[in-house]
Design a protein around this ligand. Structure first.
Ligand SMILES: Nc1nc2c(c(=O)[nH]1)N(C=O)[C@@H](CNc1ccc(C(=O)N[C@@H](CCC(=O)O)C(=O)O)cc1)CN2
Ligand SMILES: Nc1ncnc2c1ncn2[C@@H]1O[C@H](COP(=O)(O)OP(=O)(O)OP(=O)(O)O)[C@@H](O)[C@H]1O
Length: 194
Protein backbone atom coordinates (compact mmCIF):
# COMPACT_ATOMS: atom_id res chain seq x y z
CA UNK A 1 0.00 0.00 0.00
CA UNK A 2 1.11 3.50 -0.78
CA UNK A 3 0.24 5.64 2.20
CA UNK A 4 -0.60 9.31 1.83
CA UNK A 5 2.67 10.22 3.52
CA UNK A 6 4.72 8.10 1.17
CA UNK A 7 2.91 9.56 -1.84
CA UNK A 8 3.57 13.10 -0.58
CA UNK A 9 7.25 12.32 0.04
CA UNK A 10 7.53 10.80 -3.44
CA UNK A 11 5.96 13.89 -5.01
CA UNK A 12 8.36 16.22 -3.17
CA UNK A 13 11.38 14.09 -4.07
CA UNK A 14 10.40 13.93 -7.74
CA UNK A 15 9.99 17.71 -7.78
CA UNK A 16 13.49 18.06 -6.30
CA UNK A 17 14.83 15.59 -8.87
CA UNK A 18 13.37 17.66 -11.73
CA UNK A 19 15.75 20.49 -10.79
CA UNK A 20 18.69 18.23 -11.66
CA UNK A 21 22.18 18.57 -10.24
CA UNK A 22 25.88 18.27 -11.05
CA UNK A 23 25.92 15.47 -13.63
CA UNK A 24 29.71 15.42 -14.05
CA UNK A 25 30.22 15.00 -10.30
CA UNK A 26 27.51 12.34 -10.17
CA UNK A 27 29.29 10.32 -12.86
CA UNK A 28 32.65 10.68 -11.08
CA UNK A 29 31.23 9.41 -7.79
CA UNK A 30 29.40 6.54 -9.49
CA UNK A 31 32.53 5.43 -11.37
CA UNK A 32 34.43 5.46 -8.06
CA UNK A 33 31.69 3.44 -6.33
CA UNK A 34 31.68 0.85 -9.12
CA UNK A 35 35.48 0.50 -9.30
CA UNK A 36 35.67 -2.27 -6.66
CA UNK A 37 33.11 -4.26 -8.71
CA UNK A 38 35.13 -4.48 -11.89
CA UNK A 39 34.42 -7.72 -13.75
CA UNK A 40 31.04 -8.30 -12.06
CA UNK A 41 27.68 -8.30 -13.85
CA UNK A 42 26.28 -4.77 -13.51
CA UNK A 43 22.62 -3.81 -13.88
CA UNK A 44 22.19 -0.19 -14.85
CA UNK A 45 19.05 1.51 -16.11
CA UNK A 46 18.01 3.63 -19.06
CA UNK A 47 17.03 6.95 -17.47
CA UNK A 48 13.63 8.53 -17.91
CA UNK A 49 11.73 11.49 -16.47
CA UNK A 50 14.74 13.33 -15.13
CA UNK A 51 16.34 10.35 -13.37
CA UNK A 52 20.05 10.72 -12.66
CA UNK A 53 21.91 9.31 -15.66
CA UNK A 54 24.05 6.22 -14.98
CA UNK A 55 24.97 5.65 -18.63
CA UNK A 56 28.49 7.19 -18.63
CA UNK A 57 29.44 5.02 -15.64
CA UNK A 58 27.81 1.96 -17.24
CA UNK A 59 29.93 2.57 -20.34
CA UNK A 60 33.06 2.79 -18.17
CA UNK A 61 32.31 -0.49 -16.37
CA UNK A 62 34.72 -3.28 -17.22
CA UNK A 63 32.37 -6.23 -17.25
CA UNK A 64 28.92 -7.30 -18.49
CA UNK A 65 26.18 -4.66 -18.30
CA UNK A 66 22.45 -5.39 -18.35
CA UNK A 67 19.20 -3.43 -18.18
CA UNK A 68 15.92 -4.15 -16.37
CA UNK A 69 12.87 -5.48 -18.18
CA UNK A 70 9.37 -5.38 -16.67
CA UNK A 71 7.83 -8.86 -17.01
CA UNK A 72 4.49 -7.92 -15.51
CA UNK A 73 2.81 -6.38 -12.47
CA UNK A 74 3.89 -7.85 -9.13
CA UNK A 75 6.78 -9.71 -10.80
CA UNK A 76 10.48 -9.15 -10.15
CA UNK A 77 12.36 -7.44 -12.96
CA UNK A 78 14.32 -9.53 -15.44
CA UNK A 79 17.69 -8.33 -16.72
CA UNK A 80 18.95 -8.64 -20.29
CA UNK A 81 22.39 -7.88 -21.71
CA UNK A 82 22.74 -4.28 -22.87
CA UNK A 83 23.67 -4.41 -26.55
CA UNK A 84 23.05 -2.10 -29.51
CA UNK A 85 19.29 -2.29 -29.62
CA UNK A 86 16.57 -1.12 -27.26
CA UNK A 87 12.84 -1.38 -27.57
CA UNK A 88 9.98 0.40 -25.80
CA UNK A 89 8.64 -1.37 -22.71
CA UNK A 90 5.91 -0.76 -20.19
CA UNK A 91 5.70 2.53 -18.32
CA UNK A 92 7.79 4.45 -20.85
CA UNK A 93 11.00 2.48 -20.35
CA UNK A 94 13.41 1.23 -23.00
CA UNK A 95 14.92 -2.24 -22.63
CA UNK A 96 16.94 -4.80 -24.60
CA UNK A 97 14.97 -7.04 -26.98
CA UNK A 98 13.85 -10.56 -26.08
CA UNK A 99 16.77 -12.15 -27.95
CA UNK A 100 19.34 -10.48 -25.63
CA UNK A 101 20.69 -12.97 -23.09
CA UNK A 102 19.22 -12.97 -19.58
CA UNK A 103 21.85 -12.08 -16.97
CA UNK A 104 21.89 -12.28 -13.18
CA UNK A 105 23.22 -8.98 -11.85
CA UNK A 106 25.69 -8.95 -8.95
CA UNK A 107 25.70 -5.16 -8.65
CA UNK A 108 22.65 -3.00 -9.35
CA UNK A 109 22.40 0.73 -9.92
CA UNK A 110 18.93 1.46 -8.56
CA UNK A 111 16.99 4.52 -9.78
CA UNK A 112 15.51 6.58 -6.97
CA UNK A 113 12.67 8.98 -6.51
CA UNK A 114 13.90 9.62 -2.97
CA UNK A 115 16.22 8.14 -0.33
CA UNK A 116 17.14 8.57 3.30
CA UNK A 117 20.41 8.01 5.15
CA UNK A 118 19.21 4.68 6.51
CA UNK A 119 19.24 3.31 2.98
CA UNK A 120 15.47 3.33 2.51
CA UNK A 121 14.35 4.20 -0.97
CA UNK A 122 11.29 5.41 -2.83
CA UNK A 123 10.66 4.44 -6.44
CA UNK A 124 7.51 4.88 -8.48
CA UNK A 125 5.54 2.71 -6.07
CA UNK A 126 5.38 -0.50 -8.11
CA UNK A 127 7.59 -2.46 -5.73
CA UNK A 128 9.62 -3.76 -8.68
CA UNK A 129 13.05 -3.19 -7.15
CA UNK A 130 11.90 -4.44 -3.75
CA UNK A 131 10.74 -7.72 -5.29
CA UNK A 132 13.83 -7.95 -7.47
CA UNK A 133 16.32 -7.35 -4.66
CA UNK A 134 14.42 -9.77 -2.38
CA UNK A 135 14.74 -12.50 -4.98
CA UNK A 136 18.36 -11.80 -5.83
CA UNK A 137 19.38 -11.60 -2.15
CA UNK A 138 17.65 -14.92 -1.47
CA UNK A 139 19.88 -16.47 -4.14
CA UNK A 140 23.23 -14.90 -3.27
CA UNK A 141 25.19 -11.73 -2.62
CA UNK A 142 24.16 -8.57 -4.46
CA UNK A 143 25.16 -4.95 -4.00
CA UNK A 144 22.40 -2.36 -4.47
CA UNK A 145 23.70 1.13 -5.25
CA UNK A 146 21.05 3.86 -5.28
CA UNK A 147 21.64 6.77 -7.64
CA UNK A 148 20.08 10.20 -7.09
CA UNK A 149 20.77 13.89 -6.87
CA UNK A 150 21.59 14.99 -3.32
CA UNK A 151 18.45 17.16 -3.36
CA UNK A 152 16.32 13.99 -3.42
CA UNK A 153 17.23 13.16 0.18
CA UNK A 154 14.30 12.76 2.56
CA UNK A 155 14.79 12.90 6.32
CA UNK A 156 13.07 9.59 6.99
CA UNK A 157 11.11 7.35 4.64
CA UNK A 158 8.45 5.28 6.44
CA UNK A 159 9.68 1.69 6.40
CA UNK A 160 7.59 -1.21 5.16
CA UNK A 161 8.25 -4.89 5.80
CA UNK A 162 8.97 -5.55 2.12
CA UNK A 163 11.47 -2.66 1.70
CA UNK A 164 14.89 -3.78 0.50
CA UNK A 165 17.62 -1.46 1.76
CA UNK A 166 20.34 0.12 -0.36
CA UNK A 167 23.96 -0.87 0.35
CA UNK A 168 25.32 2.44 -0.91
CA UNK A 169 23.88 5.72 -2.21
CA UNK A 170 25.68 7.77 -4.83
CA UNK A 171 24.74 11.42 -5.31
CA UNK A 172 26.30 14.38 -7.06
CA UNK A 173 27.68 15.41 -3.64
CA UNK A 174 29.38 12.10 -2.89
CA UNK A 175 28.89 8.55 -1.73
CA UNK A 176 26.73 7.81 1.32
CA UNK A 177 27.16 4.62 3.34
CA UNK A 178 23.69 4.07 4.85
CA UNK A 179 23.63 4.13 8.65
CA UNK A 180 20.39 3.09 10.34
CA UNK A 181 20.55 5.59 13.21
CA UNK A 182 21.36 8.67 11.13
CA UNK A 183 18.20 9.22 9.10
CA UNK A 184 16.20 10.59 11.99
CA UNK A 185 19.05 12.66 13.44
CA UNK A 186 18.84 16.37 14.13
CA UNK A 187 21.55 17.31 11.62
CA UNK A 188 19.44 16.98 8.49
CA UNK A 189 18.09 20.52 8.56
CA UNK A 190 17.32 21.10 4.90
CA UNK A 191 15.94 17.75 3.90
CA UNK A 192 12.60 17.36 2.15
CA UNK A 193 9.81 17.24 4.70
CA UNK A 194 6.31 18.17 3.55
N1 LIG B 1 14.82 4.14 -15.90
C1 LIG B 1 14.10 3.25 -15.23
N2 LIG B 1 13.89 2.05 -15.74
C2 LIG B 1 13.15 1.15 -15.05
C3 LIG B 1 12.60 1.46 -13.79
C4 LIG B 1 12.83 2.74 -13.27
O1 LIG B 1 12.40 3.11 -12.17
N3 LIG B 1 13.59 3.60 -14.01
N4 LIG B 1 11.83 0.52 -13.13
C5 LIG B 1 11.60 0.47 -11.77
O2 LIG B 1 10.76 -0.21 -11.29
C6 LIG B 1 11.21 -0.50 -13.96
C7 LIG B 1 10.02 0.13 -14.62
N5 LIG B 1 9.07 0.36 -13.64
C8 LIG B 1 8.19 1.39 -13.58
C9 LIG B 1 7.10 1.25 -12.76
C10 LIG B 1 6.14 2.21 -12.72
C11 LIG B 1 6.26 3.35 -13.48
C12 LIG B 1 5.20 4.36 -13.49
O3 LIG B 1 5.21 5.24 -14.31
N6 LIG B 1 4.23 4.29 -12.62
C13 LIG B 1 3.11 5.20 -12.73
C14 LIG B 1 1.91 4.53 -12.20
C15 LIG B 1 1.67 3.31 -13.05
C16 LIG B 1 0.32 2.73 -12.90
O4 LIG B 1 0.05 2.15 -11.83
O5 LIG B 1 -0.45 2.83 -13.84
C17 LIG B 1 3.44 6.53 -12.13
O6 LIG B 1 4.50 6.68 -11.50
O7 LIG B 1 2.68 7.47 -12.35
C18 LIG B 1 7.37 3.50 -14.30
C19 LIG B 1 8.34 2.52 -14.34
C20 LIG B 1 12.21 -1.04 -14.92
N7 LIG B 1 12.91 -0.02 -15.63
N1 LIG C 1 8.68 -8.87 -2.11
C1 LIG C 1 7.45 -8.36 -2.18
N2 LIG C 1 6.37 -9.16 -2.16
C2 LIG C 1 5.14 -8.67 -2.22
N3 LIG C 1 4.86 -7.37 -2.29
C3 LIG C 1 5.86 -6.52 -2.33
C4 LIG C 1 7.22 -6.96 -2.28
N4 LIG C 1 8.01 -5.88 -2.34
C5 LIG C 1 7.20 -4.80 -2.43
N5 LIG C 1 5.92 -5.19 -2.41
C6 LIG C 1 4.75 -4.29 -2.47
O1 LIG C 1 4.88 -3.39 -3.56
C7 LIG C 1 4.24 -2.16 -3.24
C8 LIG C 1 5.06 -0.98 -3.65
O2 LIG C 1 6.21 -0.89 -2.84
P1 LIG C 1 6.97 0.50 -2.63
O3 LIG C 1 6.02 1.61 -2.34
O4 LIG C 1 8.10 0.26 -1.69
O5 LIG C 1 7.51 0.72 -4.13
P2 LIG C 1 8.78 1.46 -4.62
O6 LIG C 1 9.95 0.97 -3.87
O7 LIG C 1 8.50 2.93 -4.59
O8 LIG C 1 8.80 0.99 -6.14
P3 LIG C 1 9.94 0.31 -7.02
O9 LIG C 1 10.54 -0.79 -6.19
O10 LIG C 1 9.18 -0.19 -8.22
O11 LIG C 1 10.89 1.37 -7.36
C9 LIG C 1 3.96 -2.17 -1.75
O12 LIG C 1 2.59 -2.29 -1.59
C10 LIG C 1 4.69 -3.39 -1.25
O13 LIG C 1 3.95 -4.00 -0.22
Amino acid sequence: MDTGLKAALRQAALAARAAGGDDAALTCHLIAALAPHRGRVLAGYWPMRGEADPRPAMAAHQGPVCLPVVIGPAQPLAFRAHGDRLEPGRFGTLHPPADSPLLRPEVLIVPLAGFDRSGHRLGYGGGFYDRTLARLRAEGAVVAIGLAYAAQEIRAIPAEATDQPLDLIVTDRGVILPQPEKSRGASAGTKLQP
